[in-house]
Design a protein around this ligand. Sequence first.
Ligand SMILES: O=P(O)(O)OC[C@H]1O[C@H](OP(=O)(O)OP(=O)(O)O)[C@H](O)[C@@H]1O
Ligand code: HPA
Ligand SMILES: [Mg+2]
Length: 198
Amino acid sequence: MIGAVGQAGYMAAGRGNWYADDISKVIVSEEQIREKTAELAKQVAADYAGVDGLLLVGVLKGAVMFMADFARSLDHPVELEFMAISSYGTRATSSGVVRILKDLDRDISGKHVLVIEDIVDSGLTLSWLLKYLTSRGPASLEVVALLRKPDAVKVDIPVKYLGFDIPNEFVVGYGLDYAERYRELPYVGLLRPEVYER
Ligand SMILES: O=P(O)(O)OC[C@H]1O[C@H](OP(=O)(O)OP(=O)(O)O)[C@H](O)[C@@H]1O
Ligand code: HPA
Ligand SMILES: [Mg+2]
């Protein structure tokens, strides 16, 4: 479980000031994200050395920042594909109903697929997505997830490449939103409950 670090540095640097009253602390800093992303990319590059046709499937919108940084850290040729799925909408808990907003644009059969996710919370999104992708016949299928909430997981998901286990609280930033806001923050922060309980 990763600890919290102070927010003062970001405030002093003038980043995320708009949200100063909404974020109570930084859960994963920009530097921690950068280091972990490089570490995960190194593992993946080693595991897939010599493998042709590695396809990263990013789960929009939350994975947008992580996908971009991970792909650029990876010393291996990849192709990029995106799906947009949503189960949270404007709520702070999963609706349990996964909706496809954008499907794959192509056939993934015979491809080595890595799903890129920002967070495994209840696990419902990935559980659904892994079944869906498996039915499309990839040569292999694994998950790279930046964050996981071990105390929230309802469905056990095999996450081969994991960044951080974090506390079971609602977080935002680095792609993660509440009601479409906060995605652009460069770090992952704890959203004050007053914001989503308003
Ligand atoms: O493990 P779960 O409880 O299913 O939660 C994880 C999913 O929830 C979020 O997506 P969301 O539905 O908020 O869509 P978004 O990425 O467009 O924000 C997040 O980006 C993950 O895809
Ligand atoms: O903690 C979270 N924050 C934002 N979006 C999410 N989707 C699942 N869990 C979260
Ligand atoms: Mg969301």
